[in-house]
Design a protein around this ligand. Structure first.
Ligand SMILES: Cc1cc2nc3c(=O)[nH]c(=O)nc-3n(C[C@H](O)[C@H](O)[C@H](O)COP(=O)(O)OP(=O)(O)OC[C@H]3O[C@@H](n4cnc5c(N)ncnc54)[C@H](O)[C@@H]3O)c2cc1C
Length: 387
């Protein structure tokens, strides 16, 4: 039950969605308990067999058509999964990137042969996905990437290094953003699919030590003369990479807003329960007017955010979510998430600073929401273009 004053919108209130939500919640209760997630955090990686279990439970490829091994659902199912990840505190499991970012690239831009080749194996968990755009020298300015893919005979030869790649230690299918023609600007960028098992010249670098989301194996990747067949160019034509990336960005940004609102709801629920229990000066912390005002503000702002996110989901389901509105959701909700989690943490006092309390971990995990998926400053640039 949400702590916010917003009823589920009609499109999320259908019975099969409720049944699915219940099943996902139970799956995480069983396979991603607090102890299990703590172990993943310690190992800086989610257990590989979690992916197989998710595949067996039908949670991979939720919005991928059944003919390619997916569950044949739509974005509502992805929303349920992302919300449950946030509400249950399953941070670090890169399933939403696998499902709601990488698989859609193949579904939307892959040839029939490519869809048949990769989607069914992504849906079982035999393949774990990643997307490698960012490089040590280029993040926001994606056109400045240096990784190249040169066509030699019936192969592409890939050279370059990537960093900050989600699922970097685990992934064995990686969409690599590379220049196929360095002189052609945006039209010289292409997406190459690399299956890493047995790929000569492919190396994983450090599993990066991060401020939060420690269970996530965010990593460096190196490509040194890695050869893939020309059939691994995503789609049929070279030079489409930038446009393919732009086409998927609204969903990627909305995903971050959906995860953000789930975190806001969890933070509020945990804090309200805590301030009712904890006593100081002979009364519950909630009885201080300051606590009531802080939480009243958080609840109001969270409610406003939830209404906007629901609006964006509805627009997206109707195929009408534009890049600027998705950017508004990404930047505004992730900023609010950080603000609310910080204010909630304050109400926990010293316990809020202790990692054994979920609010402390949420504080650290939330910070990156303002950075990845395009920084919030870049979001404002995109919005400003519509002024
Ligand atoms: C945990 C984590 C997971 C990630 N996962 C992935 C992944 O799976 N795949 C992937 O490819 N990448 C991934 N990234 C990378 C992420 O998308 C980039 O870090 C992000 O896009 C910012 O790029 P950058 O780090 O190079 O920062 P920079 O581009 O160097 O930016 C530095 C600062 O300058 C600001 N800035 C830059 N340009 C402008 C401008 N024009 N106007 C105003 N301000 C500007 C930025 O907003 C930022 O504050 C991940 C990052 C993290 C931290």
């Amino acid at each position: 039950m949400s702590v916010l004053n917003v009823e589920k919108p009609a499109f999320m209130a259908e019975e099969d969605i409720a049944i699915f939500e219940d099943a996902v919640g139970k799956f995480f209760d069983e396979h991603a308990s607090e102890t299990t997630v703590a172990k993943w955090r310690k190992n800086h990686c989610v257990d590989r067999d979690m992916w197989t279990k998710a595949g067996e439970a039908g949670l991979l490829g939720l919005s991928t058509p059944e003919q390619y091994g997916g569950a044949g659902g739509d974005y509502r199912h992805e929303v349920v999964l992302m919300e449950q990840l946030g509400l249950k505190g399953v941070d670090g499991f890169g399933i939403s990137l696998h499902n709601a970012i990488v698989m859609p690239y193949i579904t939307h831009y892959g040839t029939e042969e490519q869809k048949q080749r990769w989607l069914p194996r992504l849906a079982t968990g035999e393949l774990v996905a990643a997307i490698a755009m960012t490089e040590p020298g280029a993040g926001s300015d994606l056109q400045a990437i240096k990784t190249t893919a040169k066509k030699v005979g019936n192969q592409y030869v890939i050279n370059g290094s990537k960093t900050f790649i989600t699922n970097g230690q685990t992934a064995n299918l990686i969409i690599v953003v590379a220049k196929t023609d360095a002189s052609a600007g945006a039209r010289g960028t292409s997406l190459l699919v690399v299956e890493t098992d047995g790929a000569e010249g492919f190396e994983r670098g450090r599993n990066l030590d991060k401020l939060g989301q420690e269970a996530q194996d965010t990593s460096e990747l190196f490509f040194n003369e890695v050869k893939v067949p020309t059939e691994n160019l995503l789609g049929t034509d070279e030079g489409q990479g930038f446009f393919q990336l732009m086409g998927q960005l609204p969903q990627e940004r909305l995903n971050i807003a959906v995860q953000g609102i789930a975190t806001i709801e969890r933070a509020l629920a945990l804090t309200i329960a805590y301030v009712k229990e904890r006593k100081a000066f002979g009364k519950a912390i909630l009885d201080f007017q300051n606590t009531q005002f802080v939480l009243a503000e958080c609840k109001t702002e969270g409610t406003v955010a939830r209404v906007f996110v629901n609006h964006c989901i509805e627009q997206h389901l109707a195929g009408k979510l534009d890049a600027a509105t998705a950017s508004m959701a990404k930047y505004w909700v992730s900023d609010l998430e950080n603000k609310i989690v910080d204010r909630c943490l304050q109400l926990f006092g010293g316990f809020g600073f202790m990692n054994e309390y979920p609010i402390a971990r949420m504080y650290r995990d939330s910070r990156v929401q303002r950075i990845y998926g395009g920084t919030n400053e870049i979001m404002k640039l995109l919005i400003a273009r519509t002024l």
